[in-house]
Design a protein around this ligand. Structure first.
Ligand code: SF4
Length: 618
């Protein structure tokens, strides 16, 4: 932006009158390409990097990481490298399916599952030559060259590829080494090979500060002048060789380095008309400070707006509610259709509802071992439903209660061993590690289920997983009840909860102003309760069965709680007002008098979008 401003102010300047230097080029190469490309500024970059930093060579080295550990990240690094010839569509599918299949349970290289992917077959075949412990340097060189040929490798640039082949040939020898040693030797050789050819014919000149000696320009930008980068960080040989020896050999040592850097800065300051030193105030969330070498210079902030536009280009991205999409998804024939779960999600956080239900986006999560409440909840729900389904229409007595308890335990064990039977994405099942930490939960959950079943002796099991649809004003509402019982004249809607706490349903609509519509007015009462699902269940059941209903929560949480059943009789007192406010909500949607804003409340803690949400930094 500053380069463009300078050109605007002084039209006699040409692109070649600008010089942009960085303490070291390799880490800035991609940034330069992206920013200059986006701004449309021509540039000529002197790469100034060693072969070990060349992206196409980094891809070759990533093969060694994969041989050490077949982790998801290592596999994806190889499959998604543009320098190998893998089918990119299959790579995208592989990424998606592995993230679904191994979410929460961690990626484990299950051979049968992986073997159905063509990219994996190709990779596995190519790796064969490197899957040994020791070999001569010649053997390793040959195996590596065979591998890159089998994977259709091509280098970033002709110069770097031919240098790489040359190095592999020069490494040949009869010394026997193991794979790690061969890799170290290869890396060391690559580190010594410098790639220097400039990219681009004309434009702003961009290079490392050391390369800029003797270049005369009108305006210089010195980027990345942080305390951490100037004096520059020590390189590998500086750690291992004693200072005395480095001096002796004429190698860089810290005194020489500081002197050289001072000289470079002095040279740039004196030899050019105008110089800008810039540094970021934060890198990866860590505060940065100006280099000590610039202590005598004044500084001023230069704000870079997150979204900017140039003449002739559009906005990069803007978040906005797309009402067309919303209506297409939920509105048809003069009515809106929602499930109780969707409306509950809307009440919890309209922004999250919008992302998931309207845009259909979900966060990109690398598969790792973590608590997966959704899958665990599904297993417990399904086991509890299976336990009751055989006794539908019967009044629970001691015998049928015993039958339910036995079935529940059996089904819980079964789903734990065969999660794929309830979730097709879990074809590989749980890894042994995950199974080990889930197993101790079984007896605890069974104890709770047994007590709850005994407490309901004398009630009639009407149905399990009972679906129903009712209309309220312009909203068609659907719900699925985990278990329906009849006790005297009362319909009991039982919901299984596998979370730690019972849902809270306030006695009145809370007077919260946090959800505002487009005019800044509080939203209808139905979106202000902490839990709307249970009120919706009450309304649905009352209409569906034409009987008075009671919502009950059964807690089946693995940390045995004191209270395992909670009844919500007070819902009948708030249902009428709630029903009216649902009608009001439909009107707000029709008049677009609603905004899908982040809720910023307790639910953020469990939200998958928390790392990407605008509320994150507040
Ligand atoms: S982090 Fe919080 S505010 Fe953001 S989407 Fe999730 S629940 Fe909503």
């Amino acid at each position: 932006q500053q380069i463009l401003a300078e050109i605007r102010e002084n039209p006699s300047l040409a692109w070649e009158d600008f010089l942009v230097v960085f303490p070291e080029m390799p880490s800035y190469r991609t940034v330069v390409k992206r920013i200059f490309g986006r701004m449309g500024i021509p540039y000529r970059m002197t790469p100034g990097y060693t072969l070990v930093r060349d992206p196409s060579i980094v891809s070759v080295l990533s093969i060694f990481d994969l041989l050490e550990a077949q982790s998801w990240e290592n596999l994806m690094n190889v499959f998604s490298s543009p320098f190998f010839d893998f089918n990119p569509k299959e790579t995208a599918r592989f990424s998606l399916e592995t993230r679904e299949e191994f979410a929460g349970v961690g990626f484990f290289p299950e051979k049968k599952w992986l073997g159905r992917w063509k990219n994996y077959q190709k990779l596995n075949k190519a790796l064969a030559g490197l899957k040994k412990n020791t070999g001569t340097l010649s053997d390793w060189s040959t195996a590596l060259l065979n591998l890159i040929e089998a994977l259709g490798w091509h280098g970033c640039e002709a110069e770097s590829s031919s240098m790489f082949y040359e190095i592999c040939e020069n490494l040949r020898g009869e010394d026997v080494v193991d794979r790690q040693t061969f890799r170290r030797i290869l890396e060391y050789a690559l580190e010594s090979a410098e790639v220097e050819k400039s990219k681009g014919e004309f434009g702003v000149r961009i290079m490392g500060v050391l390369d800029s000696a003797g270049i005369e320009t009108e305006i210089v930008f010195f980027g990345g002048a942080t305390d951490a980068a100037l004096p520059t960080a020590a390189s590998r040989h500086e750690f291992f060789l004693p200072d005395g020896l480095k001096k002796e050999l004429g190698l860089n040592h810290y005194r020489l380095q500081i002197a050289r850097e001072r000289l470079d800065i002095y040279r740039l300051k004196c030899g050019n008309r105008k110089i800008f030193f810039t540094y970021p105030t934060k890198v990866n969330g860590i505060e940065q400070s100006k280099s000590l070498m610039l202590f005598d210079l004044d500084e001023f902030p230069f704000d870079t707006p997150p979204v900017f536009s140039l003449t002739g280009t559009g906005r990069l991205w803007r978040l906005q509610d797309d009402w067309e999409k919303f209506m297409e998804r939920f509105y048809d024939n003069g009515v809106f259709s929602f499930s109780a779960t969707q409306l509950d999600k809307l009440a919890t956080c309209p922004f999250r509802f919008y992302l998931e239900e309207v845009e259909g986006v979900f966060p990109y999560e690398v598969p790792s071992i973590e608590e997966d409440p959704a899958l665990w909840g599904l297993i417990v729900h399904r086991a509890a439903q299976d336990a009751a389904v055989r006794f539908k229409g019967m009044i629970i007595d001691a015998q049928s209660a015993a039958g339910q308890k036995q079935l529940f335990e059996e089904r819980l064990e079964f789903y734990l061993n065969n999660p794929e039977s309830i979730d097709p994405h879990r074809a590989t099942g749980f890894s042994p590690v995950v199974k080990e930490f889930l197993k101790p939960r079984v007896p605890i959950i069974c104890r709770m289920f047994n007590t709850l079943t005994d407490q309901h002796i004398g009630h009639k099991i009407v149905d399990v997983e009972h679906k129903c649809t009712e209309t309220i004003g312009k909203i068609v509402l659907t719900g699925k009840f985990d278990r329906i019982e009849e006790n005297k004249d009362l319909v009991e809607v039982i919901d299984f909860k596998t979370g730690r706490d019972f849902p809270v349903v306030e006695k009145n609509a809370p007077d919260r102003n946090k959800f505002l519509d487009a005019s800044g007015n509080p939203l209808p009462a139905c979106l202000r309760f902490s839990n709307t699902q249970f009120i919706l269940y009450y309304l649905l059941a009352k209409k569906h069965f034409s009987k008075d209903s009671l919502v009950i929560a059964w807690k089946l949480h693995f940390q045995e709680p004191d209270e395992i059943e909670k009844r919500y009789p007070h819902i009948s007192g708030i249902a009428d007002e709630f029903e009216k406010s649902i009608e009001e909500l439909a009107e707000r949607f029709l008049t677009r008098n609603f905004r899908f804003l982040p809720s910023r409340d307790n639910s953020c803690y469990y939200c998958d979008f928390r790392d990407f949400c605008p509320a994150k930094n507040e």
